[in-house]
Design a protein around this ligand. Sequence first.
Ligand code: SF4
Length: 443
Amino acid sequence: MALTGLQIYKFLPKTNCKKCGSPTCLAFAMALAQKKASLDKCPDISAEGKSALESASQPPMATLKFGIKDREIEIGGETVMFRHEKTFFHPPALVILLSDSLPEEEFKSKVENIKKMEFERVGMLFKIDALALKNDSGSPDTFASCAKMACEMPLVLISENLEAVKKAKECLPNQRPVIIGASANNFEAWTKTAQDADCILAVKGKDLAEVAETSQKVQSLGFRNIMLLPEVGNIREALHAFTSSWRLCLKKNFRPLGYPLIGIAGGSADMAMASNFICKYAGMVIVETEKYDDLLALITLRLNIYTDPQKPLMMEPKLYEVGRPDENSPVIVTTNFSLTFYTVQPEIENSKIPAWLVITDSEGQSVLTAWAADKFNAEVIARALQEYGVAEKVGHKKLIIPGYVAVLKVMVEEESGWEVLVGPKEASALPKYLKESWKQLSG
Ligand code: SF4
């Protein structure tokens, strides 16, 4: 939580010596609160004051990076309990659990399948973020050999045996894995390994209190790349533990819980538990399912929650080809709101008439909103036609505009020199319009 100027002032020497460049200590405190000055400008602040201010100015929840070097995945770093208060920054990593006791060929084939999985949603492409490798075999050699086979994906190493984890990490020189196994009884050795081998250390416990206690002890060893893994038996317990953790972290600035949480789903409630973890409040969700449809549902849910409500999802403004349009194909214009694009594009495909789709820069707004805000007007449309060189693609100058903005017809004609045809109001009517009206009008 950010400190106010008055809170910062309490830690300053209050001599008003001006060495920092500010006329008074209070003015310097105000500048610090507004992030317009840095603490090192005051040479007289005590060590205790400096340390208190530095620790108070840290964000409440750490941002961690794990995975393959130079393309690490960021998790944590959240600042609000609810998305509408500001936004969430880092979607939880979606991780699939694999056992090292699988036969080698089956293990390899699963890794390859998971690596290849791709999920497209509103113009964005997603992949599975990581694999969680579980040391069910009990053998450090088998665990290490599986880690080596899966080393091209970011890994989470789960074992009770620290030697197995060390051995597996040796096979992963190019990544920072998350290691799961530290608890109240063994955290010193696990912390040392995480420190020496550059890993993220997941601290587990039978409940949130035990996790917080162990996390505090790990922190006191000077290690802060921590994740939290409270044991939960069902959705109710998970909801309670994870929400309490975020509340204590974000509202009370309770440092031992200032780290991202791991939720492990599984069994018959795999999907329900995973959905709950995505909604509240995991930084990493580990699932057993490898089914494409299950994973697509989880990715869609995650996307819905972790998009910034103040920034509409938008398409790149440009000329899109739907099917294989040629010089006789219709030219249709609309806005770059993703939902508009993904409503219009499939309806054109349904018509079986290839078309040129002109997507204007309307700041991600839908047709009527953009028109009302003057972001979808004659000038914008004429400019898009010119910039994308649409006239060079077709042998006609007929442009179909959405029926909702029929009022723009004359203005667009004057501005662009194109003949404007008023299309249907709803995208669902496009196939009929293209098959019947466009054929007549273009004929
Ligand atoms: Fe106050 Fe330090 Fe600035 Fe001097 S240098 S005025 S003590 S804040």
